[in-house]
Design a protein around this ligand. Structure first.
Ligand code: SP5
Ligand code: ZN
Length: 342
């Protein structure tokens, strides 16, 4: 399958994220994509294809224009204030605060458009995030043109980003942008399967009221796992979208059997939806060796995952999300694609 990739992802290179009272080196680092790229080339899993460039319109189909304008200008604004280090959100308008008045202060607007302090905004974050969306759209177009599958190998990831907020290392929701592009291209129904360890809160929130885009997410139980405030089993959609969102939260420590039991439930929902295309938010932070996550999937399970996804028999767009065991990330991603192909 074609693998859409650009080395320019390196423009996004956060220095530190805030964790337990101190700044720790970012887990979401450029080496992640470098290792994946190297493994896919070594295992000859497909042609590496440079993305095209798309107008912002396709991204504005799921993100608020004023949020995108903020992201686009954020680094210049921050730098004009005399800053050279990354911008890290530090103040947020929670319940009872005004959300209708956009403050003038940069740090206040950064807080208004974010939900955690773990997502530094760096000099090249906008460029890399926009490029990631272009990668997702290029891969989506390949499938719309008749390909069975494509892989959007991008970073930063996207599934925590909502219509007007960043967080969880994510700025633009690539999976949501791609799913919407399928709909705008004439697809009647799309399914998104999110296998990242963390709940795809951004994707869920974007499609929560819609029946055309089914969202299925298997993840660590938000009672104990990030992002904590969304991802419970009783969140099933609202209004016209009622019944088109399913979460499969599993306890920290869950292993292969529990994970694939949840997968089978998600797979039957996807089959029942009869989508024209499947978007897979592919995080491999479910791996037993992941430094920030607590599932225990063994390396061979990624082959099985790819095989199980292929058994759905759908045109499939894989989009890269999380995975922080950098030395193993390439082989685990390659296994999913190999399991899918063979
Ligand atoms: C896309 C994605 O996988 N985003 C995940 C964001 C998780 N952010 C919270 C990270 C908490 C770091 N915990 C460090 C534990 C070190 N032992
Ligand atoms: Zn994750």
């Amino acid at each position: 399958m074609d693998i859409f990739y650009s080395p320019e992802h390196r423009a996004h290179r956060g220095e530190f994220e805030f964790f337990r009272g101190e700044l720790v080196p970012c887990f979401e680092k450029p080496e992640r994509a470098d290792y994946i790229h190297a493994a896919l080339v070594r295992q000859e899993l497909g042609n590496i294809v440079a993305p095209g460039s798309f107008p912002l319109d396709a991204i504005e189909r799921v993100h608020a224009p004023r949020y995108l304008r903020f992201l686009e200008g954020a680094w210049d604004e921050w730098a004009a204030l005399g800053n050279t280090r990354d911008a890290i959100p530090a103040v947020w308008p929670i319940r009872g605060f005004r959300h209708d008045v956009e403050p003038d202060s940069f740090i206040a607007r950064l807080g208004m458009y974010s939900f955690d302090s773990g997502t530094p905004f760096t000099a090249g974050s906008w460029q890399a995030a926009k490029l990631g969306a272009d990668i997702a759209l290029s891969a989506q177009r390949r499938i719309a043109g008749g390909a069975r599958a494509a892989f959007a190998l991008s970073r930063p990831p996207g599934h925590h980003a909502g219509a007007d907020f960043l967080g969880g290392y994510c700025f633009i929701n690539n999976a949501a942008v791609a799913a919407q592009a399928f709909i705008d291209g004439g697809a009647h129904r799309v399914a998104i399967l999110d296998v990242d360890y963390h709940h795809g809160n951004g994707t869920q929130s974007i499609f929560y009221g819609r029946p055309d885009v089914l969202f299925q997410s298997i993840h660590g139980d938000p009672k104990t796992e990030y992002p904590f405030f969304l991802g419970h089993a009783d969140e099933t959609g609202e209004g016209a979208g009622a019944g088109f969102n399913q979460n499969y939260p599993l306890p920290a420590g869950s292993g292969n059997d529990a994970w694939f039991a949840a997968f089978d439930l998600a797979a039957s929902r996807i089959r029942a939806h009869a989508p024209d295309a499947l978007v897979v938010s592919l995080g491999v932070d479910t791996y037993v060796g992941d430094p920030i996550s607590k599932f225990r999937l063994d390396a061979p399970e990624y082959l099985r995952m790819g095989d199980a996804i292929a058994a759905l028999g759908l045109p499939t767009l894989f989009i890269m999300e999380g995975g922080y065991a950098v030395k193993e990330i390439g082989d685990n991603v390659a296994s999913v694609l190999r399991g899918f192909r063979d």
